[in-house]
Design a protein around this ligand. Structure first.
Ligand SMILES: CC(C)=CCC/C(C)=C(\C)COP(=O)(O)OP(=O)(O)O
Ligand SMILES: [Mg+2]
Length: 389
């Protein structure tokens, strides 16, 4: 395996200071529209300007895809096409050359996922492409585990607990006796999900603080618990009540992605601020809103898949006796309520914690929420809207 690239520089909290907390609070209160552009002013670009690409990178053109009618969201500026292209180039090279992630037949799906566009849209304040790569590798690894262990690339609920636990040790190492340690170390190279987790985590650990890495491990343990509940229900064809589904989806959730916004931004939200109950509520609401966005945009894809795939509209229709359309529209309202609560609570935390790192973290989470919506809306390779309007 090639030696890892030099880790991105971690700026000290002081270097990452936001000097206008009043303006930040106002911006959060206003909602995250336009955050992408604002955040770009905060980060120091630490890379020299790239040489002119050959052929020239096309200018940012509006991407395709329509937003879900009535879905509360904030449009974002088109992500920087040069960054998108560079992240796309580097992630492919990591996937193929460093972790042997997928066979040739899956290339179209890998490309169609457009992870470069996703991550550049979600992290407008990343100081360098190296920083963006931290998030991009983890995102690809997380999807490899979901696809290969849980879903459509050989996944199954049967035996999932054992597979997930062993993969989790690629993030949270086994500490055991010299007799057994080598077998575990070898196991981390034995399938694509574990190779991807191991490598992506190694880069992340090098570039983040011990407390940021531990935050990520905790969020991934949450995610794996959510996968297990979803799998247990699939095994018995159980449709949970709506609140039970929402509880499962709070764990089987995008949360590990926005919560690394400070590592990707090159600064650190201190652990004691991250742990504040009000901050935890903001993070949970953001994660839940972003994940219900997935339920809504992936609705037709999941209906077309074999078997019953739970998502919020499906569960509402089943448990509340609504038509598919009315259930879908109710799910849109649930999403909108979550978004409004997220924004109101984030504004309150911004007032209560007038600390530059907390302000920037809140802005980073809001930018992730908006970028995630953008990616779902524009990823017409994966998603299409139902015919309900
Ligand atoms: C990137 C990451 C942490 C994902 C974890 C949870 C997850 C897979 C989602 C929130 C996406 O949900 P889903 O499995 O329904 O994805 P698709 O609808 O197939 O895109
Ligand atoms: Mg989905």
């Amino acid at each position: 395996m090639p030696a890892p690239e030099p880790s991105p520089p971690r700026s000290s909290p002081a270097a990452a200071e936001v000097r206008t907390p009043g303006a930040d609070i106002e911006r959060i209160l206003r909602g995250p529209s336009g955050l992408g552009t604002a955040a770009l002013h905060l980060a120091r670009r630490e890379e020299p300007p790239p040489p002119p690409p050959t052929p020239p990178t096309p200018p940012a053109v509006p991407a395709e895809g329509n937003p879900i009618p009535g879905l509360y969201h904030h449009p974002v500026p088109e992500p920087d096409p040069e960054r998108v292209a560079e992240v796309g180039r580097r992630i492919k090279s990591w996937a193929l050359d460093e972790v042997d992630l997928y066979p040739e037949e899956w290339e179209e799906q890998f490309d169609g996922f457009s992870v470069g566009r996703y991550m550049v849209a979600c992290h407008p304040d990343a100081p360098t492409v190296d920083h963006l790569m931290l998030a991009t590798r983890l995102m690809v690894a997380e999807n490899a585990v979901d696809d290969c262990y849980c879903e459509n690339h050989g996944g199954s609920p049967i035996g999932l607990g054992g597979r997930l636990l062993l993969a989790h040790t690629a993030l949270d190492a086994l500490h055991t006796t010299p007799e057994y340690q080598p077998r575990w170390a070898e196991s981390l190279h034995s399938d694509a999900p574990r190779r991807a987790y191991r490598s992506a985590m190694e880069y992340f650990v090098q570039a983040s603080s011990p407390s940021q890495a531990d935050r990520y491990r905790h969020d991934m343990a949450r995610l794996h618990m959510g996968y297990l509940a979803e799998a247990a229900w699939a095994q018995t064809d159980h449709v949970p009540e709506v609140w039970e589904y929402l509880a499962m989806r709070q764990f089987n959730n995008f949360r590990p992605c926005p919560t690394i916004t400070d590592s990707v931004g090159g600064y650190e939200l201190p652990a004691d601020l991250h742990a504040q109950p009000a901050m935890q509520r903001v993070i949970a609401l953001a994660g839940n809103a972003t994940t219900i966005v997935n339920d809504l945009y992936s609705y037709t894809k999941e209906l077309a898949a074999p078997g019953r795939h739970l998502n919020l509209p499906v569960v509402i229709a089943e448990r509340e006796g609504l038509s598919e359309r009315d259930a879908y529209l109710k799910a849109v309202e649930v999403h909108n309520d979550l978004m409004h609560d997220f924004e109101a609570e984030a504004a309150a935390v911004a007032v209560a914690l007038p600390v530059p790192t907390a302000q920037r973290f809140l802005r980073g989470v809001a930018a992730w929420v908006d970028g995630n919506h953008y990616w779902h809306q524009t990823n017409t390779f994966r998603y299409s809207l139902p015919d309900f309007w």
